[in-house]
Design a protein around this ligand. Structure first.
Ligand SMILES: NC(=O)c1ccc[n+]([C@@H]2O[C@H](COP(=O)([O-])OP(=O)(O)OC[C@H]3O[C@@H](n4cnc5c(N)ncnc54)[C@H](O)[C@@H]3O)[C@@H](O)[C@H]2O)c1
Length: 266
């Protein structure tokens, strides 16, 4: 037992896909605070790399280990490279996998040729934002690098059930991601690994600011959220830091709204 009265996660490893910003960053920092070591995967240009260094320093200052990879999480060869490193550095593999990748094409389905969503963009969005969860999980399990009693969390949004112009491909990815979580929950239940999708409310992050009409989205969410404010990455990180403990081991296959009540008043 830890000082919180809950099972101890100290020294266990979390693999966070999308660890350099928004939810993935906050989750990495919070899990490190609880004693977990972090493997972070992210895709950053030179200009944002200093921020990644800051995150790594904060994790180490909390007394945890941090190994970060600036690679495309949807590329098969990069996934293999990171998994080889996981094998080298973690004894017994990872306990928690967090999927928090934002890399979608934000275009309408119906528009003039250049403006409309293409087949490549649809495939890329679904591959990065949904299917990559399955491929990472398959490889980790196959290589015996996913510990019994482990956790999968995947970031979904209201877009899995509501429509926002230009958000069609991401909406489809969210529906697929939730479906993948249910499937993994069932297939991994014999290993005691749980899988849940986390439906965060509208949150001011770089990914949100890329959505056309995001100012209006923020306005609507701020007015509608019964808790009187937007969700923050830390709200979600705090929640996940509870769910990694053994005590949450029977919670699986859900879409968990972590949004101060925003979704239910829609
Ligand atoms: N911001 C919101 O309002 C909101 C609400 C609900 C759910 N979400 C979901 O949360 C997740 C994270 O979004 P965010 O708002 O924190 O975004 P963000 O832009 O702040 O962070 C995205 C992270 O993903 C990484 N990334 C993107 N593409 C990658 C790739 N191909 N390979 C490796 N790393 C890659 C980036 O480097 C970054 O670390 C997304 O799935 C998003 O849809 C966001």
């Amino acid at each position: 037992m830890s000082t919180t009265g809950m099972s101890n996660v100290k020294g266990k490893w979390a693999l966070v896909l999308g660890a350099s910003s928004g939810f993935g960053e906050a989750i990495s920092l919070k899990l490190a605070e609880t004693g977990m070591n972090i493997i972070g995967v992210h895709l950053d240009r030179k200009s944002t790399l200093p921020h990644v260094e800051e995150i790594v320093s904060k994790i180490r200052a909390a007394g945890s280990k941090a190994i970060f990879f600036n690679v495309n999480a949807a590329a098969n060869d990069k996934r293999a490279e990171v998994i080889a490193e996981i094998e080298k550095h973690t004894e017994g593999g990872i306990h928690t996998l967090v999927h928090s990748l934002a890399f979608g094409a934000l275009k309408p389905y119906i528009a003039e040729d250049k403006e409309k969503l293409s087949q490549d963009q649809m495939n890329m969005t679904l591959d990065v934002m949904a299917h990559s969860l399955v491929y990472w999980t398959q490889d980790l399990v196959q290589k015996n690098l996913f510990r019994k009693g482990g956790r999968i969390f995947a970031m979904t949004s209201s877009g899995s059930r509501h429509v926002w112009k230009t958000y069609g491909a991401v909406s489809a990815a969210k529906s697929a991601l939730e479906s993948h979580c249910r499937q993994l929950a069932v297939e991994l239940a014999p290993m005691g690994i749980t899988a849940n999708a986390i439906l965060a409310g509208v949150t001011d992050t770089p990914a949100l600011r890329k959505i056309p009409g995001n100012e209006r989205m923020v306005e609507i969410a701020s007015a509608r959220n019964p808790s009187g404010r937007l969700t923050t990455p830390e709200d979600v990180a705090k929640m996940l830091s509870l769910l990694v403990h053994d005590e949450a081991g029977w919670l699986t296959g859900n879409v968990l709204q972590v949004d101060g009540g925003e979704e239910i008043v829609g």
